[in-house]
Design a protein around this ligand. Structure first.
Ligand code: GDP
Length: 195
């Protein structure tokens, strides 16, 4: 999709605040610092709209971005932030659980993992959890420009194996610097919009 118009419609903490529209929604999840804002910015051709996080783990709201009056990107606060208090982690868990399990407009989740490493225990739990609820997931491995091309295949199979992806599940190798993978991510999102 060629994106020109993007608005932050609302930063919600409570279902009553979710936008009252029928646009399809795609949510983005991943550990703090995984490259979620960078991926979003590449998808919408911006440099600064979805703020890159100088204070990881701080934003504890679901941010609904209206894309061209056609769909919403829902930015889910990053997980795995060690300094977050137990209370705020529990609140985070409840908020995203409520959204991901009850939102009819949700068409799929883009789940980011750091392409340089094996997925963490938190990444594995997130993937298992989404799968358990029957949510459509696209896994995106970020920061691939930091790995030599000769190692991509090996890295891809480590990620697939650690997350236990089956053959039908897509894994896209992405870099916000080279924009590789952008078209594939959009293709998946557009495919989900018409479900
Ligand atoms: P977020 O916390 O998940 O939103 O992560 P950010 O998008 O803010 O990125 C965290 C850090 O990783 C920043 O310093 C980014 O510049 C860097 N980063 C994100 N994506 C990439 C990428 O594809 N390649 C490289 N080299 N750095 C990246």
């Amino acid at each position: 999709m060629d994106v020109h118009n993007v608005d932050l419609t609302i930063s919600a903490v409570d279902p009553k605040q979710y936008p009252n529209t029928q646009f399809p929604e795609i949510a983005f999840v991943g550990r703090s610092n995984v490259g979620k804002s960078s991926l979003t910015n590449v998808l919408i051709n911006r440099n600064g709209y979805a703020r890159t996080s100088s204070q990881p783990g701080k934003t504890q709201t679901l941010n609904f971005y209206n894309i061209e009056d056609k769909l919403f990107f829902v930015d889910v606060p990053g997980y795995g932030y060690a300094k977050a208090s137990k209370v705020s982690r529990e609140k985070w868990g409840k908020m995203i659980e409520t959204y991901l399990t009850s939102r009819e407009q949700l068409r799929g989740v883009v789940a980011l993992v750091d392409g340089r490493h094996a997925p963490t225990a938190d990444d594995v739990s997130m993937h298992e959890w989404l799968t358990y609820y029957g949510i459509e997931v696209l896994t995106v491995a970020t920061k691939m420009d930091k790995i030599a091309k000769g190692k991509w295949n090996k890295q891809e199979s480590i990620i697939r194996k650690t997350l236990d992806l089956d053959a039908s599940e897509r894994l896209i190798l992405f870099s916000s610097l080279t924009k590789q993978g952008k078209a594939e991510v959009w293709q998946w999102i557009e495919g989900r919009m018409h479900q």
